[in-house]
Structures are given as C-alpha cells and as structure tokens.
Design a binder for this molecule. Structure first.
Ligand code: NOJ
Ligand code: MG
Length: 588
C-alpha cells in the first residue's frame, strides 16, 4: 500500500509589502558579498583590488544585483586579511588608494548600485597607532591608555606576573584571551588572534573615535555597514571564570577549544544593544539628510540572542541581523523537512514588523556547492532568492564556484596554523579563491605572470566561469539572472507572504503571493532528495487558500535545470528531479 509521506502545511506568516518607500531599498535588493582580494585584480599583482571591482560593476546590473558589500579594505597588516585594521580611515595599498575608492563609489551610484562597507569595531591590529601608544604605559598622561582592555595579573599568584593569567577565558582559536605586555606589566584581551587587541567600549572616548570612523565613510556616501563580530564587543567587568560547557567533549588533547566553555562573560553582554542603537542614531542623521543608510550585524547565534538586534521601535538597531540558519545545511542534513525547519524557525520567531534575510555562504565557511553538494547548488540559489526577504549571495555562488584547496605549506589564512594536525577544519582559504570570469589565464581574474594569491579553481576551464555561463541560456548564471528578474518584476516576490505547501523528506515547497489577488502566485518546489519525487500539489494549493487553478494547470516559469521553462504543468502530478528546483506560476 502506498504510504503517503506528504505533510501538507498551510502556515500563514506575517505579510506586508516591500519597497514602499525609498528608505526600504534594502528589502528589495540582493546583497552581493565581495571578498576584495579575490574579485578582480587590476594591477597584475595577483591580488584583487578596488579598481578591479570598479571595472566589473556593470556585471551587477547585468545579473540583477542591487547592493554590493565589501569585506574590509582598510589599511591593514593583513594577518586576518583586513579584519586587523591599523587605520580605519584609509585604504590599504594592496587594494589601491582613496581616489580608487571614490571612483568605485561614484561609479556604483551612477549605475544605481548601493555600496555597503564592513565595519570592524571590536578590535584593531596590534600595529594600530592607538595600540602602539596604549601598550607603552598606563600613565595618566597616556591618552590611549584605556583604549584597550588592560588587566593586571591575577592577585595572590606566586608565579611570575606573566604567568598569572586573569581567568580561564579563551579566544576563538582556543588559547587564552590574555596577552602579556612587558612594557606595561599588564595583559590585554583579544577575542580573535593575539594581534587583534579588543577595543575598550567602557571608555567613552573609544565610542567617539568609532563614531568618527562611521561619519568618515558616511560622508563619502556609503549606503550602509555590516558590523563585524558584535557579540564580542563587551566582556563582563567582574572577570570571573566562564563555566565549563557540559555539552562539549574535546576531540583534541592539549588544546582548549572554544566550545569547551559557556561564554556567559565574553558574549553578548547587555551593553552591546546600546552601542548598536548609538550607531543607528548616527546613520539616521545621514538617512534624514539624504539616502537611507542600512545596518546589518554579524553574529551567528540562537534566535533568542540574534533577534533583539532588530531593536525596538523606540530603540532601533540593525535593519536585520544576518540570518545564518541555512549555512547549517550539509550533505547529511539537506532534506526537505530540514529546510522547512530552518526556514520556519526563522519566520516564526521573526518579530511581527521585521524583515527576513537569508545567507547561504560567506568567507568564513566552505562553499555551498561543497557543503550541500554541487547538484543542489542551483536549488540553493532558488531558495535564497525566492524566499521572502533579502538574500545575500557570496561572490561566485551565482556560477556554482567550489572550494579550492592548497596544501598546508601554501595556506594563506592564519586560522590554518591554529592546529596543524587539524588545519583542514580551520582554514578559510578554500572558499576565498579568485572569482572565475572567463577561460583566459587565471580565469580572467588577474594578468599576473606569477601566481595569484590563492590559486584559481581549475574548474574554470569546464564551464564554471561567467563568460561561458553568459553564453549558455541553461547555465547557473542564466538561472540566477532569471530569479533576480522574478524578484524585481513579480509582485508575488515583493511581499512577505509565505505559505508552505508540500513538505516531505525530499521536498520543501512554498507559495509566494502578491498583495493584490490576480497578479499571479508562484509555487516554489525544491527537491533535496536523492531521487525524483512526484507529488500532488493541487489539493494543498486549493484548500489552504482560494487558489482557482484553471483545469488544475500551472506554468513552469523556471526549472533550475533551465530545460522546461514555459511548459504547462498538471499540479496534481508534479515530478521534480533530484536537486531540481521548480517555480510554477498558478493563477488565483
Ligand atoms: C568575523 C569575520 O567574518 C572573520 O572573517 C574575521 O576573522 C573575524 N570576524 C574577526 O574580525
Ligand atoms: Mg591587485
């Protein structure tokens, strides 16, 4: 007897229209993340740069992307490739000059694009002049003395002072957060690398300094910021040990891994919300004078911790905190019901008047095509771009770029060195390889006669490049463009309406509807299974809401395989191939 696996769900989520005012441009756009070292090299040194990005901006008009977010381009010794800043108000020479930046932003705006910068307020480089001064002494005459988190050696400790570590706190790499400075006879705190000392936000002057940084870039016209590492901004002043994490079992000996402690003293301290509100007020000043300035924050955490970053009506914070839920998907977990769970968890927890967003990959996690499997990469783009809310695309995801490995001896990312015997778990090099533009040498990324900073993935010669995919109307890029156009042209994708339809182990499907009935609704079906699935969608579509389907027939608007667009589809028997995503227009 046939077992019916289908779970029919008619869950109604909140609804409101998008893009009603120009202040809401960040709702209707796709945010495209550029890792500047890897996007386009203009000067042939093998490293991407600003002039390179400027030369490629037309690409975004072409594929339907409206917003570009740049990972840090500030002056930096590059120990963490720009997340170790030594001048927040200058451009690193590897990326070009301030004139190059000015050219980038003015061309972006000419082309109707928004430009979002990374803002890295938690720490500086240890080469920042503030830190160089701060570590000299703690004299009252030293104006930088309290710019960082300095702490005395633990009391009642009989060891030499540098061994009297204040407490058990560990940095993200698993070593102590405390670094001894002989000159000052104190420890400074770092939540990331030891060359990234944390700024001290209990010092009001640091607030003013960082507000000045924001103003500097806002005056240049940047359209918003992604704020780095916000959960690490404050630490508890009582300096008490963090409790041991009872759910953690160490896999490595001799290495105090980050997960071994519950970070109740070093994470998401309540003051952080005042800080985001403070920055929001600065952005609002500029939004009132000219274009709306957007704010998003980076913290990968539970919804309980994440959602308060939306702020409240009287104390607004981020337009949205990045939602990393979908980055949890892996080959083992990618199923229809798991995707439903991840989507629904976010949508049900989202405060009533807030806007959703989706992230599938970034510069800190393996490429989506490797995590979930190349045969599902297109379906992930369909999901990302057609769920309600703002999608974030990591460069290259639109053409299905994959991880690129280098041997340990050629690693660039300092995280690879954390634990040489487990470096493959830590390195972030694989997802940072150069953008693949065409079939020319170095995939059109660079004209260098030497090596590019990370090697180009050789699959650029087998179709994973922009030029080949542009010429092929069945490519992943052609699909991406079509999805971006649907978001722009179809009222159904400009609302926040979402109804789940059929959800099984293989299938996740949902309906998107316009505010005004009759303008066309779209059923989006993802097959996350390992074989074809044929299901009846008609009953679910008609029962849950008043869809009138002419003869039970819809029209396939897009198939992720780009091989049956425009074909009529009987909704009582829809077959979707393994890894395929379908968008079917149905009338109501
Ligand atoms: C989060 C960034 O995404 C990551 O790349 C960086 O290493 C840390 N913050 C430290 O800034
Ligand atoms: Mg260059």
């Amino acid at each position: 007897m046939a077992v019916i696996h289908a779970v029919l769900l008619f869950v109604f989520i909140q609804t409101f229209p998008v893009g009603v005012t120009s202040n809401e441009w960040w709702k209707g756009t796709i945010v495209y993340q550029i890792y500047p070292r890897s996007f386009m090299d203009s000067d042939g040194d093998g490293v991407g740069d600003l002039a390179g990005i400027t030369s490629r901006l037309e690409y975004f008009n072409d594929i339907g992307v409206g917003t570009v977010w740049l990972n840090p381009v500030y002056k930096s010794p590059m120990a963490d490739f720009g997340y170790d800043v030594d001048d927040f108000k200058d451009i690193d020479p590897i990326f070009g000059t301030m004139a190059d930046f000015d050219e980038l932003i003015s061309k972006a705006h000419r082309l109707g694009l928004k430009l979002v910068m990374d803002f890295v307020p938690n720490h500086t480089s240890d080469q920042h002049p503030w830190f160089i001064e701060s570590k000299k002494n703690k004299d009252s005459t030293n104006r930088y003395r309290d710019y960082y988190v300095w702490v005395d050696p633990k009391k009642n400790c009989s060891d030499p002072p540098e061994k009297c570590i204040p407490n058990n706190w560990v940095d993200l790499l698993g070593g102590t957060v405390w670094e001894w400075v002989q000159e000052r006879q104190q420890f400074y705190l770092h939540q990331f690398l030891n060359i990234q000392p944390d700024l001290n936000y209990r010092n009001p002057v640091v607030h003013l300094e960082m507000i000045n940084v924001l103003r500097f870039w806002l005056e240049k016209g940047v359209d918003g910021f992604r704020v780095d590492a916000v959960r690490h901004m404050y630490e508890s002043e009582d300096l008490q040990d963090e409790p041991i994490n009872p759910d953690y079992s160490s896999i490595r000996s001799g290495h105090v891994a980050y997960g071994s402690l519950v970070h109740s003293k070093t994470f998401d301290q309540p003051e952080v919300h005042d800080l985001i509100y403070e920055w929001r007020r600065v952005l609002n000043e500029y939004s009132m004078q000219s274009n709306y300035r957007f704010l998003t924050i980076e913290t990968n955490d539970t919804h309980e911790i994440l959602l308060p970053y939306y702020g409240t009506p009287s104390r607004p914070e981020a337009d949205f905190p990045f939602n990393y839920g979908l980055t949890a998907l892996s080959m083992e977990t990618f199923t229809g019901s798991k995707v439903h769970q991840l989507v629904n968890d976010w949508m049900k927890d989202l405060p009533h008047d807030k806007w959703p967003n989706w992230v599938t990959g970034n510069h800190d996690c393996f490429r989506v095509a490797d995590r979930v499997g190349i045969q599902y990469a297109r379906a992930l783009n369909v999901l990302n771009l057609l769920l309600p809310g703002t999608p974030k695309t990591y460069y290259g995801e639109e053409i299905g770029m994959m991880n690129t490995w280098v041997p340990f001896s050629k690693s660039q990312d300092s995280y690879a060195a954390i634990d040489p015997s487990h470096w493959k778990e830590y390195t972030r090099d694989p997802e940072r390889s150069p953008m693949q533009w065409d079939r020319s040498s170095h995939a059109g990324f660079s004209t260098t006669i030497g090596d590019t900073w990370l090697p180009v993935n050789q699959n650029y010669l087998s179709g994973i490049n922009v030029a080949d995919q542009k010429a092929d109307n069945t490519s992943a890029l052609a699909l991406y463009k079509k999805l971006a156009a649907l978001r722009k042209d179809e009222p159904a994708f400009q609302t926040n309406h979402l109804k789940y339809v059929v959800v099984t182990e293989k299938i996740f499907s949902f309906l998107r509807m316009p505010d005004t009935p009759g303008l066309g609704s779209f059923l989006v079906i993802i097959n996350a299974g390992t074989s074809e699935s044929t299901d009846d969608y008609s009953a679910a579509l008609m029962e849950g809401h008043q869809l009138k389907m002419e003869g039970n027939i819809g029209t396939i608007t897009v198939s992720s395989n780009m091989d049956r667009d425009g074909v009529s589809q009987d909704m009582s028997k829809v077959s979707v191939a393994k890894g395929e995503a379908l968008v079917v227009k149905c009338f109501c």
